[in-house]
Ligand binder design. Structure first.
Ligand code: AMP
Ligand code: TRP
Length: 336
């Protein structure tokens, strides 16, 4: 039996942080050998908010190097640039005309991002989840590993696929495959270092709120030293009054590769002064191999270019086949 297909992506905006790593990439790496995987750099999504054209290409390169540095293995996984496969934009248009506007107006991420931008909200920001649906549906993905914040977008993707199948499919031959989200509870929602009730995010104006995968050890030490805590001694999980405490213990648990019970016992009598150096040490140690590998890859642009070139060829083959199938189902005159 052939392997099931996995697909996921990350926007090419800014540096990756621990939330992206623990909520997404680390899980991709863990499961990749069991699946046929496509992982891409979402540079079309990156321009749905104001951006600087001078850094767009570099951000894509950096993200590609980071995927590889985090352990994406080309034996199992294809990596590629979203904008290089034009089928993504084309399928988005077709799905746009099938998706009711009010489905998009309900999206939490749109509402949150739109508030921040006032008058400048683009049509692209509203349409972001349809592009994401196109990304997924083009590859007939069985599973989509993401963090908790993307769950609503995946539900929308499923709704769009069902609608296309209902309107344009034949009984036994659905046009599109219905994908399943893959959300691991651990690390699915890494919270900000400055506010344990907000998720760690690339768009938070404060650098102190997140640990970037490329932060040098001194920077990590400084951020953990200054991060928000509480004046209570004895550290515990799951106390709704102590969101920061829960978040920091969870980070420690994942990065130190321990069980929740082990960490609960280890930290039950600790104060922050004792805990913070421990967290700093496991964070620095977990990121060091990634940072070393990243540098090695960035020093070899020819290699990176060849990986991206190979990736786009494989991706395009799958994506174009699906696009033709959809256009055919929608009734288009085939290209002559
Ligand atoms: P983004 O940075 O929004 O492109 O997100 C890329 C991936 O990281 C997606 O799978 C997100 O669900 C995941 N992600 C982003 N922020 C967090 C967070 N704070 N905790 C866990 N996962 C996250
Ligand atoms: N919207 C996702 C995020 O911000 C990134 C993304 C774009 C994605 N297209 C995707 C994730 C397709 C999974 C599948 O996290």
């Amino acid at each position: 039996m052939s392997k099931q297909r996995v697909l996921s992506g990350i926007q090419t905006t800014g540096n990756l942080h621990l939330g992206n790593y623990l909520g997404a990439i680390r899980n991709w790496v863990e499961i990749q050998s069991q699946y046929d995987n496509f992982f891409f750099f979402a540079d079309l999504h990156a321009i749905t908010v104001p951006y600087d054209p001078k850094t767009l290409a570099d951000n894509t390169y950096n993200l590609a190097a980071l995927y590889l540095a985090c352990g994406i293995d080309l034996q199992y996984s294809t990596i590629f640039v979203q904008s290089h496969v034009t089928a993504h934009s084309e399928l988005t248009w077709l799905l746009n005309c099938i998706t009711p506007l009010n489905w998009l107006e309900r999206m939490i991420q749109f509402k949150e991002k739109a508030i921040k931008q006032g008058e400048n909200v683009s049509v692209g920001l509203l349409d972001y989840p349809v592009l994401m649906a196109a990304d997924i549906l083009l590859y007939d993905a069985d599973k989509v590993p993401v963090g908790e914040d993307q769950k609503q977008h995946l539900e929308l993707t499923r709704d769009i696929a069902v609608r296309v199948n209902d309107k344009f499919g034949k009984k036994k031959e659905p046009v599109l495959k219905i994908p399943e989200p893959l959300i691991r509870p651990e690390g699915a929602r890494v919270m900000s270092l400055t506010d344990g009730t907000k998720k760690m995010s690339k768009s938070d104006p404060s650098e102190m709120s997140r640990i970037s995968l490329l932060d040098p050890p001194e920077e990590i030490k400084k951020k953990i030293k200054r991060c928000k805590t509480d004046p209570i001694k004895g550290l515990v999980f799951d106390d709704p009054e102590r969101p920061e405490c829960h978040n920091l213990l969870s980070l420690y648990q994942i990065l130190a590769n321990k069980t929740k019970q082990e960490v609960a016992t280890e930290c039950q009598d600790m104060g922050w002064g004792q805990f913070k150096p421990l967290l700093t040490e496991v964070t620095v140690e977990s990121l060091k191999p990634i940072q070393d590998k990243y540098q090695e890859i960035m020093d070899n642009k020819d290699y990176l270019n060849s990986v991206l070139k190979e990736g786009v060829a494989k991706a395009e083959e799958v994506a174009n086949t699906t696009l033709s199938r959809v256009k055919d189902a929608l009734g288009y005159l085939p290209r002559l």
